[in-house]
Design a protein around this ligand. Sequence first.
Ligand SMILES: [Zn+2]
Length: 140
Amino acid sequence: MSPASGERPAPLLPDVDDPVAGPFWAAAREGRIAVQRCLTCGLLRYPPLVGCPDCLGRTFEWQDLRPTGTVWSFAVYHRALHAAFTGQAPYTVAVVELDDGPRITARMVPGQRQVAVGDRVRATFEPVTAEVTLIRWQSL
Ligand SMILES: [Zn+2]
């Protein structure tokens, strides 16, 4: 739904009550990165899924990962991708390969635009509402 003229659109936020991804967001709220680990083949996977994309196993547990990794790719957005981001450009979104394997896409901390593939980063956790905390990457 479009907001009324001149009204700022509501921020785009994840559904923290989603039955599959909810535990990821609960961990982020506590300052942790947790991903699913397949109990059949051991694959660490992100984003959260109902089944394992490698072996189709349906059982998993949540495992905390180290909050550090390496920039695998990035993009600098000079125009807002969505009306909810109006006024925030330019901003940088990076795909970071965590030291424990999975790749997670998130924005760099505000104001940090000088990024290169291979840069070392650490996750920081930005509470944006009482329920939602987002990951931001900070260069090391
Ligand atoms: Zn598996």
